[in-house]
Design a protein around this ligand. Structure first.
Ligand code: AMP
Ligand code: MG
Length: 360
């Protein structure tokens, strides 16, 4: 896909997440009189479109602007640490380091690596941020217009695995050469959480929505006292296939329609099964909602990691969510002609009243 095409897609997915009713401003009869929404769309944050919204009393717009600016700075700081696209990020320096040398990393990066490791464990290796060698192999081969050979896949997957990393309080060490960590499946969610924490810390902000490339988190209400409505992107065409109604929640979507490479006219997902080195084929779209539970806020980091995990695991991965009240998920498989929808009961209950997932 061309860069421009990708941008249009990304923009579409951000809009999908926001279009369904986050635009109300002003007064309402329900005790929210005089609230307004202040928005910011900082450019090129984490390589994607980003929209931040804060709901404040109408006379506190200045505080909202300042809070939005601080939230944007938090996102940019995180990007400067965790991006594989910035050569001088802490993560890039770690990736460039030789094996068996302990590298001191910022605490937030070490924390996220630990969190990523817990997802690897619970998913049996379906989620693995050390999949960098495989992801890069497919990109390189796509540029050359060919599929990777079996030998190339074998060599790349040999360097994949959290077992190749030693993470301690002192630092992180690669245990074999050629390990490459790619946090693309979890860093956006982490950024969303950071930005939301900043906005929550502002006394003026009574509601907010942070959306980074379609991964988002909201709290409070819109100025009219209503819930936030979040569109679910149709995986097969430029449209919405559903709408979620949320108060305090995080949502992430992973899909093969969002980013992919094309080899000999065939699309390959940007999500790979780290165990085989092959792109995911059967799962076209996964949307995960993280909800608050007693003592724990919703987590965009969790939603982001789960969306990627379930993309690899497919519908059978939903079994991992059974008995959990903090996570709901939607998985779309099948073909455009015969789509198949799998969702948890709780996800169905979050859809706008009287609606479902419509894949026509
Ligand atoms: P997402 O869009 O959140 O599903 O993240 C996809 C990105 O994460 C890809 O572009 C890769 O950089 C990376 N990635 C791909 N497959 C995996 C996987 N199985 N586990 C962890 N990260 C992955
Ligand atoms: Mg993800």
């Amino acid at each position: 896909m061309t860069q421009a095409g990708r941008r249009v897609r990304l923009l579409a997915s951000v809009l999908a997440a926001l279009a369904v009713g986050c635009s109300s401003r002003g007064r309402s009869p329900g005790g929210n009189a005089g609230r307004t929404i202040v928005e910011a769309s900082p450019r090129a944050v984490m390589g994607t479109e980003c929209v931040l919204k804060a709901v404040v009393p109408a006379d506190r717009v200045g505080e909202a602007r300042a809070a939005l600016k601080r939230a944007e700075q938090a996102l940019r700081r995180l990007e400067a640490v965790m991006s594989v696209h910035l050569a001088d990020s802490a993560l890039s320096r770690f990736n460039a380091a030789p094996a068996r040398r302990e590298i001191r990393l910022p605490a937030e990066l070490t924390d996220l690596l630990r969190r990523a490791a817990s997802f690897t464990e619970l998913s049996g290796g379906a989620f693995d941020v050390t999949c960098g060698p495989v992801v890069r192999l497919w990109k390189r081969c796509a540029k050359a217009g060919r599929q990777p050979s079996e030998e190339e896949l074998r060599q790349a997957t040999a360097r994949v695995g959290m077992k190749h990393l030693s993470i301690t309080e002192r630092g992180v060490t690669k245990l074999v050469a050629g390990v490459f960590v790619d946090l693309g499946a979890i860093a956006k969610g982490c950024g969303v959480d950071r930005a939301v924490e900043v906005l929550r810390g502002s006394p003026a902000v009574v509601g907010a929505m942070v959306n980074v490339g379609g991964d988002l988190r909201c709290f409070g209400t819109k100025p009219d006292g209503g819930s936030w409505r979040v569109g679910v992107q149709h995986p097969f065409r430029e449209a919405l296939c559903g709408a979620l109604v949320l108060r305090d929640a995080a949502v992430a979507t992973s899909g093969d329609y969002r980013r992919f490479v094309v080899i000999a006219g065939r699309r390959y997902s940007h999500i790979v099964d780290p165990r085989t080195g092959r792109p995911v084929e059967a799962t076209h779209s996964v949307t995960v909602v993280s909800l608050p539970t007693a003592g724990k806020a919703p987590s965009a980091t969790d939603a982001d990691a789960w969306a990627t995990t379930l993309s690899v695991m497919g519908p059978k991965g939903l079994a991992l969510l059974e008995g959990r009240s903090d996570l709901e998920a939607l998985i779309i498989t099948g073909t455009p002609a015969r789509p198949e929808v799998h969702m948890t009961d709780g996800f169905r209950r979050l859809l706008a009243p009287g609606t479902g997932i419509n894949l026509e």
